[in-house]
Design a protein around this ligand. Structure first.
Ligand SMILES: N[C@@H](CCC(=O)N[C@@H](CS)C(=O)NCC(=O)O)C(=O)O
Length: 133
């Protein structure tokens, strides 16, 4: 059984990514929620996650005792484990293109990320958001 250690999906787009991938691909997994109290070295979050991932970050996928961290590495691992899901395009040039786009999204857009941190539950009528009632 796959376990996915993640933080708050409302704020952590990193956590959301492999969660969406696994859900979308219909792959069975156990979601293990690790609360963000703080990211300081003496936080409960760090103490918990460092028992799984030496880097001390979520998301982390654990499968048969192997811990895989970093969203792209997790996606690649899942794609290899479940080839029948065709997570990457089968055609070589389309696959290269898809990987380029994912890598760009993964490591780029720093300005956008800083200016627009994720908050799915935000209520922002002043910018046209519907929010929740
Ligand atoms: N490159 C990593 C980034 C993961 C990441 O930054 N996760 C944040 C959660 S939003 C984290 O755990 N931060 C803890 C810290 O920075 O100490 C990935 O793709 O998974």
């Amino acid at each position: 059984m796959i376990q996915l250690y993640i933080g708050n999906k409302n704020y952590s787009s990193w956590s959301m990514r492999p969660w969406v991938l696994l859900k979308q691909a219909n792959i069975d997994f156990e979601e293990v929620f690790v609360r963000f109290d703080s990211f300081s070295p003496d936080s409960k979050f760090k103490a918990t996650i460092k028992t799984i991932n030496p880097v001390g970050k979520v998301p982390v996928l654990v499968h048969n005792g192997l811990a895989v961290w970093d969203t792209l590495a997790i996606a690649e691992y899942v794609a290899e484990q479940f080839p029948e899901k065709n997570l990457w395009p089968t055609e070589r040039t389309a696959r290269a293109r898809a990987r380029s786009v994912c890598a760009e999204m993964h490591s780029g857009f720093m300005g956008l990320r800083s200016a627009c941190p994720m908050n799915i539950e935000a209520h922002l009528p002043e910018v046209g958001g519907l929010g929740s009632a």
